[in-house]
Design a protein around this ligand. Structure first.
Ligand SMILES: C[S@@+](CC[C@H](N)C(=O)[O-])C[C@H]1O[C@@H](n2cnc3c(N)ncnc32)[C@H](O)[C@@H]1O
Length: 375
């Protein structure tokens, strides 16, 4: 038995006990939290590589091999992502009179590296907040050149001033699953069946935020944790702005009657599958983001919504093309994936907030093609 399978077995035993302790049924959000974040064992808490290029293009970044990874995020794909976003960060720091950056879910540290390289003295301090303690060593190595500015916080800080960044963090937050079966809404959770994890449904008063037309069977998600996270950010951010980038849609697309299978997806070795109950701890589990819910959660908690658009539009507005003029052909090809509609340009979105009570300003990333009206 490999170390990895011993870890997976231990995690599965621990989750099976949690199900038993809860009376035989655990909400999917609780299952997902254990599968991803159980200290030392969960997918983000164990020491597997996770982020990086596909093995075919594996190469060494700061001495770290990138082969054997599960998925590639925008800052891993191209350094032009972080350099371009840095332009927006610089503008936000100036507009809000702040000089710090707070990054949630910093992964391998790639985005921090790009932003710090690009902004130099404009950033006085860069704080990383990540649920995964195991990623910290990787981030420390990656960010060695900026060691004097970077610090880590274990939980959400009580007070923050500055620009908050989160790339692909909301999609990693546990979701609740809802299933409409024969016209009746259930919460979908996890139980044990013949020694294996199996979905089990319970009647619920919970509903999607929009009524889903039709009476066909329908599985979807709601996102209380991601929305709660934005509400807490609102309370803690005294001055500054927030930029959250992720894949997802406005609620009318999210809860479209034809999207009847939900959006929960697993990622391993650059392959996607929909079976969140198999190989627990060995693969990422994610759900798309309902950006209407995120915008409303921010607004309800007092944040100003400053803009919402596609990642492609945002990066072009922030001057990606100008930055590519001196790039190599290979570098341009990778950066193009960030904005191509059939790659990351359209599915990924950017939403920005201003701190409670702050003056409204127009970030450069939304100067053309703002889609706030679609939320
Ligand atoms: C898909 S990874 C993205 C990593 C990185 N931002 C990137 O783009 O490569 C999601 C990250 O979010 C972190 N995360 C999830 N929920 C979080 C929370 N509530 N606070 C801070 N980090 C969180 C996970 O530990 C993980 O590092």
């Amino acid at each position: 038995m490999t170390n990895r399978s011993i870890l997976t077995n231990t995690l599965q035993t621990l989750i099976a006990k949690a199900i038993d302790d809860a009376g035989g049924w655990l909400g999917f959000d609780a299952f997902m939290a254990l599968a991803l974040y159980q200290p030392g064992m969960g997918y983000y808490a164990n020491d597997s590589l996770k982020f990086g290029h596909m093995p075919a293009v594996a190469h060494s970044i700061n001495g770290a091999q990138t082969g054997g990874s599960d998925f590639v995020t925008a800052p891993e794909l191209s350094p032009h992502f972080g350099c371009t976003l840095a332009g927006q960060v610089a503008e936000a720091l100036q507009a809000t009179g702040t000089d710090e950056v707070w990054e949630f879910g910093a992964g391998s540290g790639a985005l921090a590296h790009q932003v710090l390289d690009a902004l130099g003295d404009q950033v006085v301090r860069y704080t990383i907040v990540d649920l995964s303690v195991s990623l910290r060593e990787r981030q420390r190595t990656r960010l060695a050149a900026h060691a004097c500015k970077v610090r880590w916080a274990t939980g959400l800080p009580v007070r923050m001033r500055g620009v908050v960044l989160g790339n692909e963090v909301l999609d990693a937050m546990p979701v609740k699953l809802l299933a409409r079966l024969n016209g009746v809404w259930h919460e979908r959770g996890v139980a044990m069946h013949a020694g294996r994890f199996a979905y089990a449904d319970q009647l619920t008063q919970l509903r999607p935020p929009l009524e889903v037309a039709g009476s066909h069977d329908y599985v979807t998600e709601i996102h209380p944790q991601a929305e709660g996270f934005v509400g807490t950010l609102a309370d803690r951010l005294e001055a500054g702005a927030v930029f959250l980038l992720d894949y997802g849609f406005p609620e009318n697309e999210y809860y479209h009657p034809q999207r009847s299978m939900g959006t929960v997806m697993c990622h391993r070795a650059h392959l996607a599958d929909g079976d969140a109950l198999a190989d627990v701890g060995e693969k990422d589990i994610t759900a798309h983001v309902n950006f209407t819910g995120i915008a409303l959660a921010g607004q309800d908690a007092g944040l100003e919504v400053l803009g919402y658009t596609s990642q492609g539009r945002f990066l072009l507005n922030c001057g990606l093309l100008d930055r590519l003029q001196d790039a190599s052909l290979a570098g341009r090809a990778m950066a193009q994936k960030l904005v191509n509609e059939h790659e990351m340009g359209e599915l990924f979105k950017v939403i920005a907030f201003g701190a409670k009570g702050s003056a409204v300003w127009e970030p450069m990333g939304f100067s053309a093609g703002d889609r706030l009206h679609t939320l």
